[in-house]
Design a protein around this ligand. Structure first.
Ligand code: PEP
Ligand code: MN
Length: 366
């Protein structure tokens, strides 16, 4: 994928940048006391972090807490005055942008439910024309890299160059242990398409529960992401939204303190040589895997011919079930995790079905 953005490097506009850039604060602004208590505790540990709080909440169902509205922006101002933290919130409409600018909010972000809608993103981008403010763009709720890239482009085309992408996971058929499946490969593809684009991770919305946050945060650092957005509330159990996933400021400190920040490059020649040797072996093995897959798909196509001649369906569920079960058994016996084997089998099966569909649809000349 091609993605050309005009980016101002993080270090130029966020002078205190050290990894991880940290955004912390409650899912929603609820009261002046909740905001100030949470912000002061965060600022005590991380004076150069960015405070977050949702003012307008996009909720799946009505009659749930849909955000405190404009009064929350006043509390944001108090947070900034009393703690010195930069402030950030989610915008979904031009009116939200206008209110935030009026109240001096430092950073805006576009939420996952808005990124999916080009009309809304364009409306926000238009409202931002001529304004110099950092804008963070969350990935869309479903795994569509083009939509994520498109939202970043719309914001960039409006003249915003202080842009950051936020990886917050994707709603998918099988989320595994997560609230939103991380699908790291999409964040990696985005970063590969535009290496200058800073990418941070939102482990809270991926995890859906505090226990998984340290693991996801560490993984994000090891994927060379620049920062973390972690929902933090002074009393998580009382939170009016996302109560199940928020951590206390003290828990946040523990998570950040425990992180191992590793370097993405090395000057050590001996290590570089060793890495190169091992990478060569991997490239060779990957090529062998591809050759085996190509052979396997040729057999699938051959089976497709038989199915066509005998007028039988491409998928026979009982056969597929046996195949994946035995694959998982063999795989786990040689130390491969069940989910990994399942994922590979699903990919292979999808391609096999695609090939056989091609065979079925081929018109034979009479
Ligand atoms: C949030 O950050 O509270 C939020 C609504 O997140 P998302 O847009 O990732 O669902
Ligand atoms: Mn939330």
């Amino acid at each position: 994928m091609k993605l050309e953005l005009n980016i101002t490097p993080l270090k130029e506009w966020f002078p205190h940048f050290i990894k991880p850039m940290l955004i912390a604060g409650p899912c929603s602004a609820e009261s002046e006391e909740q905001m100030l208590t949470t912000a002061k505790q965060i600022a005590a540990f991380y004076p150069h972090s960015i405070f977050r709080a949702g003012i307008w909440k996009p909720r799946t169902r009505p009659n749930t807490f849909e955000g405190i509205g404009n009064i929350g922006l006043k509390w944001m101002q108090l947070v900034k005055q009393q703690t010195g933290l930069l402030t950030s919130t989610e915008v979904a409409t031009a009116a939200h942008v206008e209110e935030c600018l009026k109240h001096g909010i430092d950073i805006l972000w576009i939420g996952a439910r808005t990124t999916v809608n080009p009309f809304s993103v364009q409306e926000i981008a238009d409202a931002l024309k001529g304004v110099d403010i950092p804008v963070f763009v969350k990935n869309p709720i479903y795994p569509d890299l083009q939509l994520w890239a498109g939202a970043l482009e719309r914001v960039n085309n409006a003249g915003i160059t202080k842009i950051v992408a936020i990886h917050r996971g994707f709603q998918s058929y099988d989320n595994g242990p997560f609230r939103n499946s991380p699908k790291w490969e999409l964040a990696i593809d985005l970063k590969t398409a535009c290496p200058a684009l800073p990418v941070i991770c939102d482990p809270s919305h991926i995890a859906g529960t505090p226990e998984l946050i340290p693991y996801i945060s560490q993984k994000a650092m090891d994927m060379d992401m620049d920062g973390l957005l972690i929902e933090t509330h002074c009393r998580p159990a009382e939170a009016l939204s996302d109560a199940k996933q928020q951590v206390t400021p003290l828990e946040l400190k523990q998570i950040i303190d425990d992180l191992q920040i590793r370097s993405s490059s090395t000057e050590n020649i001996e290590l570089q040589t060793k890495l190169e040797e091992l990478r060569l072996i991997i490239t060779k093995l990957d090529n062998e895997l591809l050759e085996i897959l190509a052979k396997r798909m040729a057999v699938s196509a051959q089976i497709g011919e038989y199915k066509k001649e005998n007028n039988i369906t491409i998928l026979q569920v009982s056969h597929w079930k046996r195949l994946i079960e035995s694959g998982i058994e063999s795989g786990t016996q040689i130390g491969l995790p069940k989910e990994f084997v399942k994922g590979i089998y699903q990919l292979i099966n999808d391609e096999s079905i695609r090939r056989q569909t091609e065979v079925m649809n081929k018109t034979t000349k009479k």
